[in-house]
Design a protein. Structure first.
Length: 181
């Protein structure tokens, strides 16, 4: 069991210091989110997935990050309001973090080390190149809405590229497999 992952200090969207220990025994989908990204509409699918599977033990944990072209510039209060007003988000949101380079939050360093490559990585990488954006090389986070799946035992079991949506059969099958454990 990767207790260290669940013991990593985090702050919720209201600034309260905590860890992820409260989610022990749950299946977690950790997502770095942003409100001004082409992928922002994924919030809708993530909320639908959360509502469909929360009673079975799924928790989606949103970590706003402003690492990619300044696509999450708002304060925590602005992020919370945006998510509530535009997408009626009920899954837990956390304080803004960095997922890249020296400022990277320790949670993201642990996630990246545990699962250095993402399922479905190619298409998003090519889209970024088409926009003239140099894509980060694995194991770095590629872009907003990259997803890490953590099993009930606290182990990182999968990682999904940013453009793998909440209804993608690969993601749904991986979540369902973990929920059955």
């Amino acid at each position: 069991m990767t207790a260290a992952l669940l013991e990593t200090p985090v702050k919720d969207i209201d600034g309260k210091e905590d860890t992820l220990k409260a989610y022990a025994g749950k299946v977690l989908l950790v997502v770095n989110v942003a409100s001004k990204c082409g992928l922002t509409p994924q919030y809708k699918g993530l909320e639908e997935l959360y509502q469909a599977k929360k009673d079975a033990g799924l928790e989606i944990l949103g970590f706003p990050a402003n690492d990619f072209n300044g696509q999450e510039p708002g304060s925590e209060e602005e992020i919370k309001t945006f998510c509530s007003t535009n997408y009626d988000i009920h899954f837990p949101l956390f304080a803004k973090v960095s997922v890249l380079k020296e400022a990277k939050h320790p949670l993201y360093e642990k996630l990246k080390q545990a699962m250095p490559t993402a399922i479905g990585d190619g298409p998003m990488r090519e889209k970024l190149k088409g926009y003239g954006i140099a894509a980060n090389e694995a194991p770095e986070i590629l872009w907003n809405f990259e997803k890490f799946l953590i099993g009930r035992n606290g182990e990182v079991v999968s990682r999904f590229a940013p453009d793998v949506t909440a209804d993608d059969p690969r993601l749904v099958a991986a979540i369902d497999a973990e929920l059955k454990k």
